[in-house]
Write a protein that binds this ligand. Structure first.
Ligand code: NAP
Ligand code: MG
Length: 404
């Protein structure tokens, strides 16, 4: 079998712990035998982030901007315990946060569905993708406790001296106070990423906020989306046969639960944080959830939604066989290769990515799966728990049949 050739390199961002082990196994078993893989490699493992004082993450993000498509392994976001464990010179920020800030992108999370593992919500037949605006609001708020009676005000002083002053509350007792912000530029990028991704994946786009209560703040989100939709995307949406739909967040929640799925739900930062955990749990498993960061210029970074699966890694280090689910990481590779093929006009890469994904799904549907899925299995055939490597080899056998 001749290997598929690539023209532009994929930006490869390696990571940490169990997912780093899976990363190599996926490449060795399922990619390198079939594709003459061209990547520009960045090691985002914590050891190398420390060695480069964080520079490697910035370089990787800039390479993502240069080439357009990246695939990323899960990485450790250090906390105090990791600083000790890895003898770090500082508590490096989350690589995902750094990359997101450089690309100015929005994260889209979608479940991978298989027959035999059904969503908790029985009406859901197709994936629901959540787009979370990952900037501002309560995540960048200024807040403090109010010690006692007194007046709380919201003050803005313009560079030209303009001043707005509004009373928030006349406190008669102790309480709490918070100031939030967002920027038109960030909301615009969010809107463009959402419209772009809806076109890319030919899915309807829903957007929800609480604009009836928040008549300036949330209403600005609604207005900016509408303005950009009409000016830049409406005609393309009509041509693609998809729709843009705005509704109040409470109405959206009710509609999502009654829906069949098969759309993108764009959410403000907090709503996206909460709803993505609810939707992913209802679909089954974090190990079956993919994630793609899309920038308004059309740069893509594919990854799994889960972390480095530390608990399994410590078992692996002790020499125990682990049954960690590689599906989301594998779909990050297939998603990135498919997109690379699309941008470079290499249809063979797309065919390969489709075959890799269907081989994976069929392997699970045949009853061969990792431990996490066995626990949820409701299929007709009995579930057979295998190790990560056995699972990847079973996929390989199917993939060879499909491509050979
Ligand atoms: P996690 O790695 O997602 O794992 C949490 C638990 O979920 C695991 O212990 C495991 O449950 C289950 N799980 C997750 N992925 C699985 C898979 N592929 N196969 C089987 N089971 C899976 O989250 P965490 O333990 O909270 O975080 C570990 C590290 O990951 C942290 O250092 C964190 O900073 C980092 N992290 C990185 C990213 C990212 O790079 N995008 C995202 C989140 C967290 P059982 O133990 O019950 O089997
Ligand atoms: Mg959350």
């Amino acid at each position: 079998m001749e290997k598929i050739k690539m023209t532009t390199p994929l930006v490869e961002m390696d990571g940490d712990e169990m997912t780093r082990i899976l990363w190599k196994q996926i490449k060795d078993e399922l990619i390198l035998p079939f594709v003459e893989l061209k990547t520009e490699y960045y090691d985002l493992g914590l050891v190398h982030r420390e060695e480069t004082k964080g520079q490697v993450t910035i370089d990787a993000a800039n390479a993502n901007k240069k080439y357009g498509v990246a695939v990323k392994c899960a990485t450790i976001t250090p906390n105090a315990q990791r600083v000790k464990e890895y003898n770090l010179s500082q508590m490096w920020k989350s690589p995902n946060g750094t990359i997101r800030a450089i690309l100015d992108g929005t994260v889209f999370r979608s479940p991978i569905m298989v027959k035999g593992i059904s969503p908790v919500v029985k009406t859901w037949k197709e994936p629901i993708t959540i787009a979370r605006h990952a900037f501002g609001d309560v995540y960048k708020a200024t807040e403090y406790r109010v010690p006692g009676p007194g007046k709380a005000e919201l003050v803005y002083t313009g560079e030209d001296g303009t001043c707005f002053r509004e009373t928030v509350y006349d406190f008669e007792c102790p309480g709490v106070l918070q100031g939030q912000f967002n920027k038109d530029s960030s909301i615009r990028s969010f809107a463009r990423s959402c419209f772009q991704y809806a076109l890319d994946t030919r899915q309807d786009l829903w957007f929800s906020t609480k604009d009836t209560i928040s008549k300036q703040y949330d209403h600005t989100f609604k207005d900016i989306f509408q303005e950009i939709f009409e000016a830049e995307y409406q005609a393309r949406f009509e041509a693609a046969g998809i729709t843009y739909f705005y509704t109040l967040i409470d109405d959206a929640v009710a509609r999502v639960i009654r829906s069949k799925g098969g759309f993108i739900w764009a959410c403000k930062n907090y709503d996206g944080d909460v709803m993505s955990d609810m939707v992913s749990t209802a679909f089954g498993s974090l190990a079956m959830m993919t994630s793609v960061l899309v920038s308004p210029e059309g740069n893509y970074e594919y990854e799994a939604a889960h972390g480095t699966v530390t608990r399994h890694y410590y078992k692996y280090l002790k020499g125990e066989e682990t049954s960690t689910n590689p599906v989301a990481t594998l779909f990050a590779w297939s998603g990135a290769l498919r997109k690379r093929g699309e941008l470079d006009g290499l249809s063979a890469l797309g065919v390969y990515a489709d075959a890799l994904e269907s081989a994976t799904i069929e392997t699970i549907e045949s009853g061969v799966m990792t431990g996490d899925l066995c626990a949820m299995w409701e299929g007709d055939v009995p579930a057979q728990k295998v190790s990560s490597l056995e699972f990847l080899r079973a996929i390989r056998t199917r993939l060879e049949q499909k491509l050979g």
